[in-house]
Design a binder for this molecule. Structure first.
Ligand code: HXC
Ligand code: NAP
Length: 256
């Protein structure tokens, strides 16, 4: 990946204040993009922006809840003061382990609202302001979209919806030169997601042993995939879900 690859480009990163999405924002900024970070907590926005600026990058941001369309639209209005949007990363998500038979209706709906409806909101609010042709929308999905997992019915349903939304948007927006893709990360070290799904060293070890590549991934490995999809190298790629998951989505391979 080239230094300066994204000089002069504007990126907006929803859920960009921690974990994987912050890792993507940092790499986009290292490569010259101005990154506009959006999440609920203004403290998290301030601290993530400060981290990128301290590293020599360009960043700003504002708080918004992706479940609320008006808040998303207001955040986008602030972001476009910098100019048309070249790159959108839509990665806000919520997760907890809960068996379907015990989960409340509101618990199920909360994850659908953040992940699936939130992704629609970010797409709907940014499209009018995306550079045409040449811009790229990337949603962060998960192996749960294609692989059922215990305690994850809400997340599996939400992420499966995101995968289909990506394909529908790619179909509709391709003629205007807007590419739409997804990245499906496997388990990533030092993330809130894995602290929730694998809270003990024993569970981590069992999950690692079941992975074809026998290790968790890193946020920078997801960020590299985002740079590929957002950049010139990915210019003919749309409607794709790129698995960057160490083989997670392959499922259990039997004797291997
Ligand atoms: C059962 C739960 C629950 C739990 C919350 N709920 N946690 N039910 N088990 N552990 C229920 C609540 O009781 C409530 O239902 C409903 O969900 C909404 O909860 P709130 O706390 O009011 O929601 P809110 O404050 O909006 O917070 C949203 C949240 C929270 C998703 C619940 O955890 C959050 O803000 N998460 C963001 C950070 C995060 O999750 N990061 C990980 C993303 S990783 P009732 O009926 O009581 O009203 C990820 C990884 C995927 O997605 C892939 C890994 C391989
Ligand atoms: P994380 O650190 O908890 O990141 C979630 C981000 O979304 C935070 O910036 C959070 O900030 C924001 N957010 C949450 N709810 C929001 C809302 N309603 N509106 C706006 N912003 C909201 O989680 P992560 O583990 O890095 O996961 C990041 C993404 O990768 C998610 O899409 C997740 O599903 C996906 N993923 C993760 C893994 C993994 O191994 N961790 C694997 C596969 C896929 P605020 O709290 O300030 O809102």
């Amino acid at each position: 990946m080239r230094v300066g690859q994204f000089s002069g480009k504007n990126a907006i990163v929803f859920g960009g204040t921690s974990g994987i999405n912050l890792g993507i924002a940092k790499m986009l900024a290292e490569k010259g993009a101005h990154t506009f970070l959006v999440s609920r907590s203004s403290e998290k926005v301030e601290s993530a922006v400060a981290e990128i600026v301290a590293a020599g990058g360009k960043a700003s941001g504002c708080p918004a809840d992706v479940r609320d369309y008006d808040q998303v639209e207001a955040a986008v209005a602030k972001a476009v003061e910098l100019g048309e949007i070249d790159i959108v990363i839509s990665g806000a998500a919520g997760n907890f382990l809960a068996p379907a038979a015990e989960m409340s209706s509101n618990a199920f709906r909360t994850v659908i609202d953040i992940d699936l409806v939130g992704t629609f909101h970010t797409a709907r609010a940014t499209f009018a302001h995306m550079r045409k042709p040449g811009s790229s929308f990337i949603a962060i999905t998960a192996p749960q979209a294609v692989k059922p997992m215990g305690g994850q019915a809400h997340v599996c349903a939400a992420k499966a919806g995101i995968n289909m939304l990506i394909k529908c948007l790619a179909f509709e927006w391709g003629p205007q030169g807007v590419r739409v893709n997804g990245i499906s990360p496997g388990p990533i070290v030092d993330t809130e997601g894995m602290r929730r799904l694998a809270p003990t060293p024993e569970i981590n070890a069992a999950l690692t042993a079941a992975l074809p590549l026998r290790r968790y991934g890193r946020a920078d490995e997801i960020a590299s995939a985002a740079c590929y999809l957002a950049g010139e190298e990915g210019a003919y790629v749309t409607g794709t879900i790129l698995d960057v998951d160490g083989g997670t989505a392959l499922g259990s391979g039997g004797l291997a």
